[in-house]
Design a protein around this ligand. Structure first.
Ligand code: GLV
Ligand code: MG
Length: 279
């Protein structure tokens, strides 16, 4: 997935001009079949509705999603849903063509994350925004989303888990936001491991150098991929051949829950083009 930004990486004096640049970029650049998203400005600015009208109205055909930052409550998502419907109707696009990614990056957004994740059928992804979240919490840090050595544990553990549960309960993809120290690939790997281990689907890359690290951490290893397949095979043989719901797989017991865990590895791996090792 790639996203183009109209929000915090664009200076206020450039906001209006940036819309046209984004429309041209969507139309003219070779995006192949990747999921394409534009981050618009939040509802607490004066730019949101015009961002949607101009970008979706002029380049909506190739656009897959709009990302709404600083989502505070379900009504923020519902308002975007309604606006998108009108713009789609006026542009000859099928209603529902544009999906929504919602960024949770404020204390109010986190408190309301459960209702936010259930707010619209257009929602595809929920994204944590560590930098704005650190600011919203008034944490005494100057870089959001990096480890704080003075804190005994992971200061974002509760936040990560809460967002992940709300997202999964509503069938959404769950993504961690940016790692701002671009050159610190070891720190990035450490941070990716935290959310990947909890179950997140991925993390933003701000720079091409971050892509390899992120892909490596969030994708299953070949060993995990092969083992997941072997569990699926063994479990199918047990349930369909032997009519058993639980069997031994090596030195551990597997059952229906093991199948569900294995499916996740196989689906993620296959989506990235992995194939099962021979033998
Ligand atoms: C991203 O938008 C962030 O605030 O971390
Ligand atoms: Mg932000």
């Amino acid at each position: 997935m790639s996203f183009l930004d109209l929000e915090d990486s664009v200076a206020p004096l450039e906001k209006e001009a940036a819309r046209g640049k984004i429309v041209r970029a969507i139309r003219d650049l070779p995006w192949d079949d990747r999921v394409l998203c534009v981050r618009i400005n939040a509802w607490d600015t004066r730019w949101t509705y015009q961002d949607v009208i101009e970008v979706v109205g002029s380049a909506g055909e190739r656009l897959d999603e709009v990302m709404l930052p600083k989502v505070q409550c379900a009504a923020d998502v519902e308002a975007l849903d309604r606006l998108l419907t009108q713009v789609e109707l006026n542009s000859g696009l099928p209603v529902g063509h544009i999906g929504i990614e919602a960024q949770i990056e404020s204390t109010r957004g986190l408190i309301n994350v459960e209702e936010i994740c259930a707010a619209s059928p257009r929602l595809e992804t929920i994204v944590f925004g560590p930098a704005d979240f650190a600011a919203s919490m008034e944490m005494p840090v100057l870089t959001g989303g990096i480890q704080i050595p003075e804190y005994p544990g992971d200061h974002f553990h509760y936040v990560f888990s809460k967002i992940l549960m709300a997202g999964r309960a509503n069938g959404l993809q769950v993504i961690d936001g940016p790692y701002l120290k671009i050159k610190d690939t070891d720190g990035l790997r450490d941070y990716c491991l935290r959310t990947a281990t909890l179950g997140y689907d991925g993390k933003w890359a701000l720079h091409p150098d971050q892509v390899a690290v992120i892909n490596q951490v969030y994708l299953p290893t070949q060993e995990q991929f092969d083992r997941a397949w072997a569990i699926l095979d063994a479990y199918r043989e047990a349930t369909e051949g032997e009519r058993k719901g639980a069997v031994m797989f090596g030195d551990e017991m597997i059952d229906e829950a093991s199948r569900k865990m294995a499916i996740k590895f196989v689906t993620r791996g296959e989506r990235a083009g992995m194939v099962r090792s021979a033998g």
